[in-house]
Design a protein around this ligand. Structure first.
Ligand code: ATP
Length: 238
C-alpha cells in the first residue's frame, strides 16, 4: 500500500513562446481515483495532460509519479512507467486497421502472447471494435474511434490513464456508452485523470475535480461538492 498519491504536480508553469499557459498548478491524484479537470476552452487542461505525458516540458515545477520525479523524463519512459495519454481528437491512425492501431498501443511491450491476450480483452470490453478489427480506423464512426483511442491507450497496461475530452463531438447515447466504459475501467483499478468540457457528466463520475481558469486552478474539491457549488454551476453547468 503506497502512502503517497500516484500523481502529484507541484508549482507547475508551462509557457508556449511568450504565453504562460499554466501558472502555479498544484494537483494530486490518489491511486484508484477518477479526478477531473474542468474549464473553458483554452484554460490549460490539455496542456496539463501534455506536461504529464512529457509531450511538452514545463518551465518550472515538479511532476511526481508513484514517488518518482518524472519532470524531465522522455515520453516513452513515462509510458513504460505506466502512464498512458489518450489525446483529444482521438488521433487514431486512419489508414491502419483497428487491430494495427491496438498493436501500436503495445509498442513498449515485448511479450507477444500477453499482447494478444490483451487485445482479446479489449475486444471483450469494446465489442464494436471486435466486429471491426480489420476495418480501417479512418472509416470508423466518431464514437468507435474514441473507443479505439481508449483501447489503444490501455494496450500499454497503464496504471494512470490521461483522458482528454472523450465526449467531444459525440452523440449523447455514445457519450453515455463512453462514460460507462470509464466507470468500468476504474472498477478494474485504472486511475484516471479526465479532462472534460462536459463538466456535468465528468463531475458525476469523478471522485474529485479541479477547475482551471486561464492557466490557474481556481477551485478544487470533492466532485459532489463542486457539482453543487454556485460558481461551478454558473460557469460550467449552465
Ligand atoms: P481546449 O478545451 O480548447 O483544448 P484547454 O483547456 O485544453 O482548451 P490548452 O489547449 O491547454 O487549453 O491551451 C491553453 C493555452 O495555451 C491556450 O491559450 C492556447 O492557445 C495555448 N496553446 C496551446 N497549445 C499551444 C501551442 N502549441 N503553441 C502556442 N500556444 C498554445
Amino acid at each position: 500500500q503506497q502512502d503517497f498519491p500516484i500523481l502529484e504536480i507541484k508549482d507547475l508553469y508551462v509557457n508556449y513562446g511568450g504565453i504562460e499557459a499554466l501558472q502555479k498548478i498544484n494537483l494530486f491524484v490518489n491511486n484508484g481515483e477518477v479526478v477531473t479537470l474542468i474549464g473553458a476552452n483554452g484554460a490549460g487542461k490539455t496542456t496539463t495532460l501534455r506536461a504529464i505525458s512529457k509531450i511538452i516540458n514545463p518551465r518550472h515545477g515538479t511532476i511526481m509519479y508513484s514517488g518518482r520525479n518524472i519532470t524531465r523524463r522522455q515520453p516513452h519512459e513515462v509510458v513504460q512507467l505506466g502512464i498512458a495519454h489518450c489525446p483529444e481528437g482521438r488521433r487514431v491512425l486512419a489508414r491502419q486497421t483497428v487491430l494495427d492501431n491496438l498493436l501500436l498501443g503495445a509498442y513498449i511491450r515485448s511479450n507477444q502472447t500477453e499482447v494478444r491476450n490483451d487485445i482479446q480483452y479489449q475486444f471483450e470490453m469494446f465489442p464494436r471494435l471486435a466486429q471491426r478489427r480489420h476495418q480501417l480506423a479512418g472509416t470508423l464512426s466518431g464514437g468507435e474511434q474514441q473507443m479505439l483511442a481508449i483501447a489503444r491507450a490501455l494496450m500499454s497496461k497503464p496504471k494512470l490513464l490521461l483522458l482528454d475530452e472523450p465526449s467531444l463531438g459525440l452523440a449523447p447515447t455514445i457519450v453515455r456508452e463512453i462514460f460507462s466504459i470509464i466507470q468500468n475501467l476504474r472498477a478494474t483499478g485504472v486511475t484516471i485523470l479526465l479532462v472534460e468540457q462536459n463538466a456535468n457528466l465528468a463531475l458525476q463520475i469523478a471522485d474529485r475535480g479541479y477547475v482551471l481558469e486561464a492557466g490557474c486552478i481556481t477551485l478544487s474539491g470533492a466532485a459532489s461538492q463542486l457539482i453543487t457549488d454556485e460558481r461551478v454551476k454558473k460557469a460550467y453547468l449552465g
